[in-house]
Design a binder for this molecule. Structure first.
Ligand code: GTP
Length: 218
C-alpha cells in the first residue's frame, strides 16, 4: 500500500453556521488536519465540493438555469474553495498546488497528472478543482477519478456524520450501521455513501474508501 491518499470533503463543511460561503476558522481547522497527515509522511490530494457556494442540482431545480450551466457554476464553486484551501495550507507552512479540470490558467495550473505526481514527490499537497470538468458528474465521482489516476491507496471521504447506515437513521428506526462493506454490497443494497457512478469507478479502480467524521480526530 502506498502512502498517497485523496481526501474528499463537502463544500458545506466549509460553510460553518452561516450555511454558505467559507468560514476561515473551519478552513484553518481542516488545513491543520491535513498538516498532521503530511507530517506523518502521507502524500495528500484534496477534492472539495462546491455546495457552500452553489449546488448544480438545486440551482437547476425550477428550470430557470439549465442543468449543464448550473453544473458548470458548481464546478466554479469548487475552484473558489480550492483557492481558499491552497491559501489555508500555505498559511500553515505547507506547500500546495491547485489544479483545475477546466483551464483557467490565470487562477491555477491545469490538471496534468504527471505534474501532480511531481508535486507529491516534492512533498506538496495537490488540490483538484472543477470536478471532472464535465456536467452531470458529482465531486465524489471527480474525487474517485482523480484518486484512481494518481494511484492513491485510499479515498478518505470526510463527512459531517459518524457512521454509514443502510438507510437514513433519522427517518428509519431500524437503520443498520455499516462498519464495512464491499462495493458490490454498496451497489446491491443502494447504500448512499457516494453516488453510483463514483462507487462503480471506485470498484473498478480497486480503491479503498474510508468514511470519516471531519470534525472528530482521525
Ligand atoms: P516544480 O517545477 O516541480 O518545482 O513545480 P512548481 O509548481 O513549483 O513550478 P512551476 O514553475 O510549474 O510553478 C511555479 C508557480 O506557478 C507555482 O505556484 C504554480 O502553482 C504556479 N503555476 C504553474 N503553472 C500555472 C498555471 O498554469 N496557472 C497558474 N495560475 N499558476 C501556475
Amino acid at each position: 500500500m502506498n502512502k498517497r491518499v485523496l481526501v474528499k470533503f463537502s463544500g458545506e463543511a466549509l460553510a460553518g453556521t452561516e450555511g454558505y460561503g467559507i468560514d476561515t476558522k473551519i478552513l484553518d481547522y481542516i488545513a491543520e488536519e491535513i498538516k498532521t497527515l503530511v507530517e506523518h509522511g502521507v502524500e495528500v490530494a484534496i477534492v472539495i465540493g462546491g455546495g457552500n457556494i452553489i449546488r448544480g442540482v438545486t440551482a437547476a431545480a425550477d428550470g430557470v438555469i439549465k442543468r449543464t450551466s448550473a453544473d458548470y457554476m458548481g464546478m466554479l464553486g469548487t475552484v473558489i474553495n480550492g483557492v481558499a484551501m491552497q491559501e489555508a495550507l500555505e498559511y500553515k507552512g505547507l506547500s500546495a498546488r491547485l489544479q483545475t479540470a477546466i483551464k483557467m490558467e490565470e487562477i491555477a495550473e491545469p490538471f496534468i497528472v504527471r505534474k501532480a505526481m511531481r508535486h507529491f514527490e516534492k512533498g506538496r499537497v495537490v488540490i483538484f478543482g472543477a470536478g471532472t470538468g464535465n456536467p452531470y458528474f458529482t465531486t465524489d465521482t471527480g474525487a474517485t477519478l482523480r484518486a484512481t489516476e494518481i494511484g492513491a491507496s485510499m479515498l478518505i471521504k470526510a463527512t459531517k456524520v459518524d457512521w454509514v447506515f443502510n438507510k437514513d437513521p433519522k427517518k428509519y428506526s431500524d437503520a443498520v450501521l455499516i462498519k464495512e462493506a464491499s462495493y458490490d454490497e454498496v451497489i446491491k443494497n443502494d447504500i448512499k455513501v457516494m453516488d453510483q457512478t463514483a462507487i462503480a469507478l471506485a470498484k473498478d479502480g480497486k480503491l479503498a474508501l474510508w468514511v470519516v467524521n471531519l470534525f472528530k480526530n482521525w
